[in-house]
Design a protein around this ligand. Structure first.
Ligand SMILES: Nc1ncnc2c1ncn2[C@@H]1O[C@H](COP(=O)(O)OP(=O)(O)OP(=O)(O)O)[C@@H](O)[C@H]1O
Length: 240
């Protein structure tokens, strides 16, 4: 059996620069960002609109590459991977949760959760058990055959959380996961993500404006104008 390596950091970013060309004007996304995130934490990225949160999540999530600097995720230096190998690495080790859920509308809840397992070529015999267990864990055992259009916003995000965890990733990234939910549903989704993060000992990195999300964090990374201005552990004693 493969033993997962014990990692010093879930994410290590060193001197990352990223800019975009917009109508021949160069716009800074990230300016010399360095960040270490320890494993098994609930880390929240916070900052005003346009500060670089999504750009940073895209670097960590291997959706985009930096112009310069080093990005190491779950022990893998992403610069050493070809584009195909990077996609494969992402599919096997990183789960994604989105503001607009991004479920495939023609697939049932069951099939949406199974989809990343098909992509990661997990054998058929293993898939059903994992999917049913996850749907049960997010409280949707009785909705397996429902399509996204037959589910509420909160139920859709529960499916998306189950989908993000299906490959048993080292890291789950969530971009504004409560932005399209009312505050009570948002609170339940935060509690679910927190419980899954702790039970499964997976690292969550969440970009959010939502004070309820920040309230659940182990640590908060503050970004302004493409620069990290603060990275603070939250003392749980102080919070209770
Ligand atoms: N694909 C792109 N093309 C051009 N500019 C971009 C692109 N993506 C991001 N930017 C610019 O990079 C900067 C950082 O954007 P980013 O989306 O990372 O911020 P954000 O903190 O996630 O914002 P929000 O909270 O509004 O989602 C902004 O100035 C933005 O306009």
């Amino acid at each position: 059996m493969n033993q997962a390596p014990v990692l010093a950091n879930a994410v290590s970013i060193e001197h990352v620069h990223k800019s975009y060309l917009l109508d021949s004007v160069r716009v800074t996304g990230l300016a010399d960002v360095s960040l270490q995130i320890a494993p098994n934490l609930f880390t929240v990225l916070s900052g005003p609109s346009g500060s670089g949160k999504t750009t940073l999540l895209n670097m960590i999530g291997c959706i985009d590459r930096p112009d310069s600097g080093r990005v190491v995720v779950a022990g893998q230096d992403t610069a050493l991977l070809t584009d195909d190998a990077l996609s494969d690495f992402r599919a096997r080790h990183i789960g994604h949760i989105f503001q607009t859920f991004n479920l495939l509308p023609v697939l049932s809840a069951y099939e949406n959760v199974e989809y990343p397992l098909l992509m990661a070529r997990v054998p058929a015999g293993e898939r059903a058990g994992r999917v049913l267990h996850l749907l049960d864990a997010v409280g949707l055992a009785d909705k397996a055959r429902h399509r996204p259009g037959q589910l509420s916003g909160g139920q859709r995000q529960r499916v998306a959380i189950a989908r993000a965890l299906a490959v048993e990733p080292a890291l789950v990234l969530a971009d504004e996961p409560t932005a399209n939910l009312d505050s009570r549903t948002g609170e339940a989704i935060i509690a679910l993500m927190r419980r899954m993060q702790q039970e499964r000992r997976v690292s969550f990195v969440i970009s959010s404006h939502d004070p309820q999300v920040r309230g659940a964090a182990d640590e908060v990374v503050q970004i302004r104008d493409g620069v990290i201005v603060d990275h603070s552990r939250i003392s749980k004693e102080a919070a209770t």
